[in-house]
Design a protein around this ligand. Structure first.
Ligand code: ADP
Ligand code: MG
Length: 351
């Protein structure tokens, strides 16, 4: 038996962390948000396979930190496992930049408030700086990822089909919409092959963010709702379909407009989703509506110590310590809004 060469180990583990264009984008967006950015511009070329660029106006990276910014397991966000108990950032593993370097060509341009000018750093396969030069960008950070999966030909080819490219672009748009809804004061734009695909200005609140993101007719169908309880402390803030709203026009055949957040993180939560779908299916018993997903947003806020976000590399799945209490709270919110308890309806069991 032989130990694998370190470059092979790096490529194998990085290609498990960085799996798609949307996955790269999620990591870069979350780094920008962790840096306090209020403006983020995303540019893609050839659906992100040739270039993914994320420019933010966040706090930038201190010159002293740049040599280790893309070293694996270097992070400015936590210092020990205990810090996960009060995690307030999206990132914590110090894995993304280093992993992206192993599967693409990466350059980082950054400027903090203390720097006179920005500097562009070119990184190698191992995340080491191989060259640097002065640049003209303002405060913040721009990460450019070129030739994604250049050393993983099967994966690059898989993502190159027209169908896959379009699917990925749609996923990118859905992801940006989720952040846009969650963070109203964020300005966002998405440009693909120099054409503006989507953009959203800074707005004052969630309602305006929903309007800017989903459009006037979908937003007009939504009502704000709120639920708070102690022990365990759970806050729910949502925008749910108005009672009696035409459910079939405010729903979708895929879950892409059911925006669920746990502590500001966009997540796929099977049980919360199931409960919501059960409820709406029972309320609107026609078959077309039954198999659809409601357009809504639900923000679940719980103590950071009661969530495990370290389940999957992309952090889109979370374990809730008080899952049953959260589900009961969501049900209470639905009952307060619609006066209806879905679990009483035997037909709901079919879902
Ligand atoms: P993590 O986000 O888990 O810390 P990353 O590999 O994504 O790991 O990033 C490594 C470090 O680089 C971060 O901890 C942060 O200090 C810095 N960094 C990365 N992107 C940005 C950015 N857009 N703005 C400011 N700092 C950044
Ligand atoms: Mg990160």
């Amino acid at each position: 038996m032989k130990q694998l060469p370190s470059d092979t180990v790096r490529l194998l583990s990085s290609s498990q962390v960085i799996t798609s264009v949307v996955n790269v984008l999620k990591e870069l967006m979350e780094n920008s948000l962790d840096a306090g950015a209020l403006s983020i511009d995303v540019k893609l070329e050839n659906y992100g396979l040739d270039r993914i660029e994320v420019r933010d106006n966040g706090q930038g990276i201190k010159a002293a930190d740049t040599p280790v910014m893309a070293m694996r397991h270097f992070t400015s966000k936590i210092s020990s496992h205990e810090d996960l108990q009060h995690l307030e950032t999206y990132g914590f593993r110090g894995e993304a930049l280093g992993s992206i370097c192993a599967v693409a060509e990466v350059a980082v341009t950054t400027k903090t408030a203390e720097d006179d000018i920005s500097t562009q750093y070119t990184l190698n396969f191992k995340g080491e700086i191989v060259s640097q030069k002065p640049s003209h960008l303002g405060q913040g950070t721009t990460v450019s990822v070129l030739k994604l999966f250049k050393n993983l030909p099967v994966r690059r080819q898989y993502y190159s089909s027209t169908k896959k490219c379009k699917e990925e672009l749609k996923k990118v748009q859905d992801l940006l919409m989720a952040y846009a809804i969650m963070k109203p004061d964020l300005r966002l734009s998405l440009v693909h092959n120099k054409v503006v695909v989507w953009q959203k200005a800074k707005v004052a609140d969630h309602r305006s963010a929903l309007l800017a993101t989903l459009g006037p007719s979908a937003a007009a169908n939504l009502l704000p709702c709120h639920h708070h309880q102690e022990q365990p402390e759970i806050s729910l803030d949502g925008f749910f379909p108005k009672p009696g709203a035409d459910y079939s026009s405010t729903s979708s055949s895929s879950p892409d407009k059911t925006f669920i957040f746990v502590n500001n993180r966009p997540v796929h939560h099977k049980d919360i989703m199931k409960l919501l779908r059960q409820h709406y299916a029972a309320q609107y018993p026609d078959d077309a509506a039954r198999n659809r997903y409601p357009t809504l947003m639900l923000k679940v806020s719980v103590s950071p110590s009661s969530v495990d976000v370290n389940l999957t590399p992309d952090k889109t799945q979370v374990l809730l310590h008080d899952k049953e209490a959260v589900l009961t709270a969501v049900e209470a919110l639905l009952v307060s809004l619609y006066g209806y308890r879905p679990s009483c309806d035997p037909s709901a069991e079919k879902q």
